[in-house]
Design a protein around this ligand. Structure first.
Ligand SMILES: *[C@@H]1O[C@H](CO)[C@@H](O)[C@H](O)[C@H]1NC(C)=O
Ligand SMILES: *[C@@H]1O[C@H](CO)[C@@H](O)[C@H](O)[C@H]1NC(C)=O
Ligand SMILES: *[C@@H]1O[C@H](CO)[C@@H](O)[C@H](O)[C@H]1NC(C)=O
Ligand SMILES: *[C@@H]1O[C@H](CO)[C@@H](O)[C@H](O)[C@H]1NC(C)=O
Ligand SMILES: *[C@@H]1O[C@H](CO)[C@@H](O)[C@H](O)[C@H]1NC(C)=O
Ligand SMILES: *[C@@H]1O[C@H](CO)[C@@H](O)[C@H](O)[C@H]1NC(C)=O
Ligand SMILES: *[C@@H]1O[C@H](CO)[C@@H](O)[C@H](O)[C@H]1NC(C)=O
Length: 306
């Protein structure tokens, strides 16, 4: 008797711990759809369903089908929850758990406006996608409190990776209303409206502000790195030059003198100088030759030594 009970208890413990940890079945459903959820553990019709985090009274309203499946009708976003099922009249508390996620259009964006004199920057952040990727954003603007029609902000199709867009051609010192929303395959997020007032026209001050903005962002460490590189190069050049000078002072050899002679190009005081005698060629019918030609007393044009 005890021999058989031991393994059974062990087995049930295993099932319980498994069910409460990793064995949560996942079900996702689009908002407004009906969904039938089968109990992942008990394939019988005598099953009770609970929504976790709710009192027993609230759970009485659960719509359980004849075959024991849970039926959620036209789900709303607040139907996202963990649902668990237990066998009726069972002393052992063995639960099957199902994580139901309702997919929705994206939640509202978090929007801010940075107006300057004639343009404004709309910045936004997403707080989730609703379950499907965002397809695009749409942004529009108009004069505030005017009830005129909305003007689209180009590009009309703002790509899903964008988090900002600029509005051009605004009038200084004027309040505008901006609105923006995200779209996924289930539809539009709630629209967020934000007001922003452009600044007065103070071109010099604007310019100064922009310059200072740049200075603020500039990292002084880069200066240090640049100066370091330049100084390092100068030091290396200095050392190299010193080394060369030292070497030349130390070895004023015959080689050096020969080099000096070779450095005098094409202008040679000695008319007899030639590379090799073998290079001498006879003039052809056009009087073209490859021999030195005397231009005046001091200058001799040498043929190239190939
Ligand atoms: C959901 O189920 C209810 C009741 O069975 C039915 O009236 C309704 O048409 C269903 N809705 C959808 C979207 O299937
Ligand atoms: C239970 O019944 C519903 C509707 O009658 C059905 O959609 C579902 O597949 C059934 N579940 C099982 C496990 O048979
Ligand atoms: C869920 O949302 C629906 C419709 O918005 C509402 O009628 C219902 O009371 C809400 N339920 C809970 C538990 O908040
Ligand atoms: C339920 O699933 C959603 C995503 O599908 C996840 O974010 C959430 O943490 C899950 N909840 C539990 C309790 O596992
Ligand atoms: C704004 O315009 C709409 C239609 O374009 C109109 O129905 C509404 O009454 C107007 N509101 C005001 C305050 O003018
Ligand atoms: C955004 O995407 C939706 C869904 O694909 C589409 O209907 C809509 O026209 C798009 N909007 C813009 C401004 O491109
Ligand atoms: C800016 O607009 C406000 C209110 O519209 C007005 O009182 C103010 O005189 C304007 N300032 C300038 C410099 O135009």
């Amino acid at each position: 008797m005890y021999n058989t009970l031991g393994p059974v208890l062990c087995l049930s413990f295993f099932i319980i711990s498994g069910a409460t940890k990793s064995n949560i079945k996942r079900v996702s459903v689009d908002i407004g759809k009906n969904v039938t959820i089968q109990c992942p553990l008990h394939k019988t019709k005598d099953v009770m369903w609970e929504r976790e985090g709710r009192t027993a009274d609230e759970n009485i309203k659960m719509n359980v089908l004849e075959n024991g499946s849970l039926f959620l009708q036209e789900v709303d976003r607040n139907d996202s929850a963990i649902y668990s099922c237990i066998r009726e009249n069972d002393v052992k508390d063995i639960r099957g758990r199902v994580n139901v996620t309702v997919k929705t259009p994206p939640p509202p964006l978090v929007v801010s406006i940075k107006p300057s004199t004639i343009l404004a920057l709309i910045l936004w952040d997403v707080k989730g996608t609703g379950g499907y990727p965002i397809v695009n954003f749409t942004a529009q603007y108009r004069l505030a409190y005017s009830n005129t029609s909305w003007i689209p902000i180009s590009p009309n199709h703002i790509t899903p990776n964008s988090r900002q867009v600029e509005v051009y051609n605004l009038i200084p010192n004027t309040t505008y209303e901006f609105r923006i929303w995200a779209t996924n395959q289930l539809g539009k997020s709630p629209i967020v409206n934000v007001f922003g007032t452009t600044r007065n026209h103070y071109p010099e001050r604007e310019l100064a502000r922009h310059l200072l903005e740049g200075a603020d962002k500039f990292d002084t460490r880069w200066w240090a790195v640049a100066v370091g590189i330049v100084m390092g190069t100068l030091v290396l050049l200095g050392i190299g030059t010193c080394a060369l000078l030292y070497q030349e002072c130390k070895t004023p050899t015959v080689e050096e003198e020969q080099e000096v002679i070779e450095l005098v190009p094409n202008i040679i005081l000695n008319p007899g100088f030639e590379g090799t005698a073998a290079n001498r060629t006879e003039p052809d019918e056009n009087s073209n030759n490859e021999n030195p030609m005397r231009l005046n007393n001091n200058t001799v044009v040498q043929p190239r030594n190939v």
